[in-house]
Design a protein around this ligand. Structure first.
Ligand SMILES: Cc1cc2nc3c(=O)[nH]c(=O)nc-3n(C[C@H](O)[C@H](O)[C@H](O)COP(=O)(O)OP(=O)(O)OC[C@H]3O[C@@H](n4cnc5c(N)ncnc54)[C@H](O)[C@@H]3O)c2cc1C
Length: 447
């Protein structure tokens, strides 16, 4: 028997080879900055790491030229690269205040998601939902509407109840629903284009435990009973394994049961080397056969441990959200093109659902949507895969994840978000000189 994790890991390892590609760089100093995948590189002229809001304000006053805030560098899209000043809030981390009755908490923007779980747990609070990993900063995560999965669960930006923003002209804004609501909803997802966010307040809930169940099923079976599964499991997603008819199903449901550690994983070495050595034409049959041997697993953990994973294999990713009713057909078309064109990719896809929110530019602004991700190991050129698949997302009115690879600019984006031009007007008023914009952001906003 082989476990489902090993099943996926082996698919990934089967693809390891080749040079790192897609480097984006900007001229400047000699200490390069790189993102998590290694595909983005830039040479900032200076790095700023304030310890307090006063120090930040002083630094902003003394800095001229372009400036880009950076979180944990986990975005795949070139939101951060700059040859100006790179600003990091790593030293502004932790809980600032909390309210027991309303279950809200205000944290420093540089706090990592990984620190947030235990910190909030100690205060009798937990975040409603979390993404696949927890290395991101809170400011970085909400800047791109980072999300997990769940029919009744929003992106992290959707739970923001308040923000503190410093603009480059030295003006401070405390924003919430009752205080400059337009700027608040625009800033909830603003990829560092308005200024520097220093404090973020979240609506949380009481701490909870999740039973994590994982099993292999036929992708079509799961799509057919997807609605029912969403009712049964608060957090539900599938990872279609390519090329095959199967997917890994990951279902998290609330429970009061005692903690239960995940099962031990086997070595799976024989299976790994078999798949690795298998030509593309034969992989489908091999994976479909082996899928029948995967045993379901179950664990019980605190929510913040259950929802996030460790990812050791570096990759690049494209992700779009599409209207809920288009999700299954969009996924089918992606699977079909990979098969039809024999694209040599073995990394599973990811298919999730997220509820709508009030943000202006969130991927889920105004309505629930399905998100679909495509991954390519960092050692491979992602362009052939992403270029083949991106038009499928466009056909289904997809909105790109701001932090992941995509090729859309102002002309297309303005049609995907009703408030896109309003966002640009706000950005222009807060940053008339465009100092917060790099080339990528100028392309997005048409400035
Ligand atoms: C392995 C891996 C798994 C992932 N899983 C998921 C997932 O499950 N779901 C999902 O939605 N995404 C996922 N992502 C994408 C990731 O969550 C987003 O790209 C996120 O924005 C990265 O956060 P960061 O802290 O690394 O920010 P960065 O990538 O460093 O920056 C992101 C944006 O935030 C801005 N920013 C940072 N700090 C501030 C600040 N103080 N003020 C204003 N702006 C600021 C930056 O300027 C930039 O525009 C994943 C990424 C990786 C590498």
């Amino acid at each position: 028997m082989i476990t489902r994790r090993r099943f996926l890991a082996s698919s990934i390892i089967a693809g390891l080879a080749g040079p790192v590609t897609n480097l984006v760089s900007a001229a400047g100093s000699t200490t390069p900055w790189r993102n998590w995948s290694g595909a983005l590189v830039s040479n900032p002229a200076s790095r700023l790491a304030p310890e307090s809001e006063d120090e930040l304000a002083d630094m902003i006053k003394r800095t001229s030229g372009p400036i880009r805030p950076v979180g944990a560098g986990h975005s795949f899209a070139p939101l951060v690269p700059t040859d100006g000043s790179l600003l990091v809030l790593d030293r502004m981390s932790g809980v600032i205040s909390h309210e027991t009755e309303s279950l809200q908490a205000t944290l420093w923007a540089g706090t990592r998601i990984s620190e947030t779980g235990p910190l909030l747990d100690g205060l009798g609070q937990a975040m409603f939902n979390l993404p696949d990993i927890d290395r991101q900063t809170l400011a970085g995560a909400i800047a791109t509407s980072t999300h997990g999965t769940g029919k009744r669960l929003k992106s992290m930006s959707g739970y923001v109840t308040g923000l503190r923003l410093l603009t480059l002209n030295g003006e401070w804004f405390d924003l919430d629903e009752g205080n400059n609501a337009d700027l608040f909803h625009a800033t909830q997802v603003s990829f560092g284009a308005f200024g520097v966010i220093t404090r973020i307040s979240f609506q949380n809930r009481e701490p909870f435990r999740l039973r994590t169940q994982e099993w292999i099923d036929k992708t079509e079976n799961v799509l057919e009973r997807f609605d029912q599964a969403l009712e049964e499991h608060e957090h539900f997603e599938i990872l279609p394994v390519i090329p095959s008819d199967h997917c890994l199903v990951v279902a998290n449901s609330e429970t009061n049961d005692p903690l239960k550690a995940p099962v031990e994983e086997d070595d799976g070495g024989e299976y790994l080397s078999t798949l690795d050595a298998t030509p593309i034409m034969l992989r489908r049959a091999l994976i479909n056969t082996l899928a029948g041997e995967i045993e379901p697993t179950e664990a019980v953990s605190e929510s913040f441990n259950a929802l996030t994973n460790l990812r050791f294999d570096r990759f690049n990713e494209m992700e779009y959200s599409v209207p809920v009713q288009s999700g299954p057909d969009c996924l089918r078309e992606i699977l079909a093109i990979i098969e039809r064109e024999s694209i040599d990719v073995v990394f599973p896809l990811e298919y999730r659902i997220v509820d709508g929110d009030d943000t202006w530019l969130g991927m889920f602004a105004g309505e629930p949507r399905i998100s679909i991700s495509v991954h390519r190991l960092a050692s491979h050129d992602y362009r052939p895969l992403f270029d083949a698949i991106e038009p499928i997302f466009w056909k289904f009115n997809g909105r790109p994840h701001w932090g992941k690879v995509h090729n859309l600019g102002y002309d297309e984006l303005k049609n995907l978000y009703p408030r896109f031009d309003d966002f640009i007007a706000l950005q222009t008023s807060l940053d008339p000189g465009g100092r917060m914009l790099n080339d990528h952001l100028k392309y997005l906003l048409g400035r």
